[in-house]
Design a binder for this molecule. Structure first.
Ligand code: CA
Length: 494
């Protein structure tokens, strides 16, 4: 087995200064050439885990949604504050991660989509390059995993308890007992223990949690019991006035008038005590729904954090931490009551922004933060870059390597394209300061100044003071359309 640079120097023994320099040079060249030095990659992919519910992000929930193990990745690596998805919904984001492409290119615009045959997969490229590869957990695509030596994936949403894994395209399956996050981590660790230690590996560990209905492991049943969880400042926003089109496009409001006693079509359990619906107690209903949702959500993500801790402990115990890139992210953000919403789908911040934490000791500076705009289709190019494998030209994302290594290029992207095809269909651009959303069917706009209005409460689309900024965003959108080859037939209103 090829040794690491550090081991190479240690084994070389005591030498003179000149000899040390020579040896360091030799070690450097052995390091860069050695297949053993190619980093392992562990990609941990949660479902709907908002960055507000990761304590390292320091949000108003940081003392309640405590994630000490995920926080370790921030403390020992880099935290990204502006990682954005190009289409804020489960299957499309998964397809963009795997292919490095926007939804209109990989073919997955909505739920349960199939990835185009012509699209590249980073897993297949790593496999070709000699990586051993495995994926465990939620999959939520119609395409079978490609480029994975082994897979244990659930179908559709999968179940929170007693998951069934599909292991072969021809229908091989295995049913397990236990809480999904725990079982997925068990499988991931077992595969790591059984792997060929002579080859680098890619492990994708995809949690179902904390997707609604936020079912948690029984052992967390007392967590935060009786504690009042802080509310976001825009929990009681009246979106019928502020943004009936965007924020109420799919009825993802916490105060659901159609279901007295429930707060959503997704969370089926009753919310005690849920006041009856009438014009005078909307606030009380939203407050009750919020506390109920957050309690379940935080209990749910606690198991994600625990599983991350098990993976990091395994790396430490097996001397793998230094040569393994560990990533924690989620397929999109999630509304935790902001604008009175739950769920995702919108170009607005808490839905658009994905958590992203990357640890790679010795390469990524511990405790570093990047505010640059990064995207879910950058992950594949990044992994391929570090593995030394070629990045297929069809991948549209960009390797994050220069950001991870503290050298952001002067021409790094300053805007991101977004398109959501289902209701409410909209597309737009998010720059370092502004968000522009366009509704092609009615040709209406919403525009937010995220610097002066970080909670995105005031639509400035028709404010003359912002006319220049709106025009700039329209021009950026026109440029992005050309850059990513978004054709007239791809428009959400087409
Ligand atoms: Ca999701």
């Amino acid at each position: 087995m090829l040794c690491s640079r550090r081991e190479f120097l240690r084994r070389a023994g005591t030498v003179t200064l000149a000899g040390t320099l020579l040896l360091e040079e030799m070690a450097d060249s052995a390091w860069s050439r050695s297949p053993g030095a190619r980093p392992n990659i562990i990609f941990i992919f949660a479902d709907d885990h908002a960055s507000e519910a990761i304590s390292a992000y320091g949000s108003y929930l940081k003392d309640y949604a405590r994630t000490p193990n995920i926080d370790r990745l921030a403390r020992e690596g880099m935290l990204f504050r502006n990682c954005l998805c190009n289409n804020s919904i489960c299957s499309p984001s998964r397809a963009s991660v795997l292919t490095g492409q926007y939804s209109h290119k990989n073919g997955v615009r909505g739920l349960n989509g199939t990835i185009n045959e012509s699209s590249p997969w980073f897993s297949a490229e790593l496999q070709k390059a000699g990586y051993q590869t495995a994926v465990v957990g939620k999959w939520h695509l119609k395409s079978w995993p490609k480029g994975f030596d082994r897979f244990w994936v659930t179908k559709g949403q999968g179940r929170y308890f007693n998951p069934t894994f599909y292991t072969k395209p021809d229908g091989g399956k295995v049913s397990e007992t236990g809480y999904s996050t725990d079982v997925y981590a068990d499988y991931a660790l077992r595969w790591l223990r059984q792997r060929d230690t002579e080859k680098p590996f890619l492990l994708c560990l995809h949690f179902k949690a904390p997707h609604h209905p936020y079912d948690y492991a029984q052992r967390y049943g007392k967590l935060l019991e009786g504690v009042k969880i802080p509310e976001p400042p825009n929990l009681y926003e009246d979106i019928a006035k502020t943004s009936p089109r965007l924020k109420n496009g799919r009825g993802q409001v916490m105060e659901d008038k159609s279901r007295n006693g429930y707060y959503s079509r997704h969370v089926k359990d009753k919310v005690p005590p849920m006041p009856p619906h009438n014009a005078n107690n909307r606030k009380a209903r939203v407050a009750a729904a919020y506390q109920h949702m957050m309690l379940k959500y935080i209990r749910c993500i606690t198991a994600n954090d625990e599983a991350v801790g098990r993976v990091l402990d395994f790396l430490d115990d097996n001397n793998l931490s230094d040569n393994t890139i560990v990533v924690y992210t989620a397929d999109q953000g999630y509304w935790l009551g902001q604008h009175g919403l739950y769920d995702k789908r919108l170009i607005l911040e808490e839905s658009l922004r994905m958590p992203l934490l990357v640890r790679y000791p010795g390469v990524v500076e511990a405790g570093s933060v990047s505010d640059k705009i990064t995207m879910n289709n950058d992950f594949g190019p990044t992994f391929l870059d570090y593995s030394g494998a070629p990045i297929p030209r069809a991948m549209q994302g960009v390797s994050l390597r220069p950001l991870l290594e503290g050298k952001p290029p002067a021409d790094w992207r300053t805007d991101a394209f977004y398109c959501y095809w289902s209701k409410p269909s909209h597309w737009g651009v998010r720059t370092e300061r502004y968000t522009l959303a366009h509704f092609p069917r009615t040709d209406e706009f919403e525009f937010y100044d995220n610097q002066n209005d970080p909670w995105q409460m005031v639509n400035q689309a028709n404010n003359p003071a912002y006319a220049e900024a709106v025009t700039d965003c329209e021009q950026r959108l026109a440029r992005l359309v050309r850059e990513i080859d978004f054709s007239p037939g791809d428009y959400p209103g087409a």
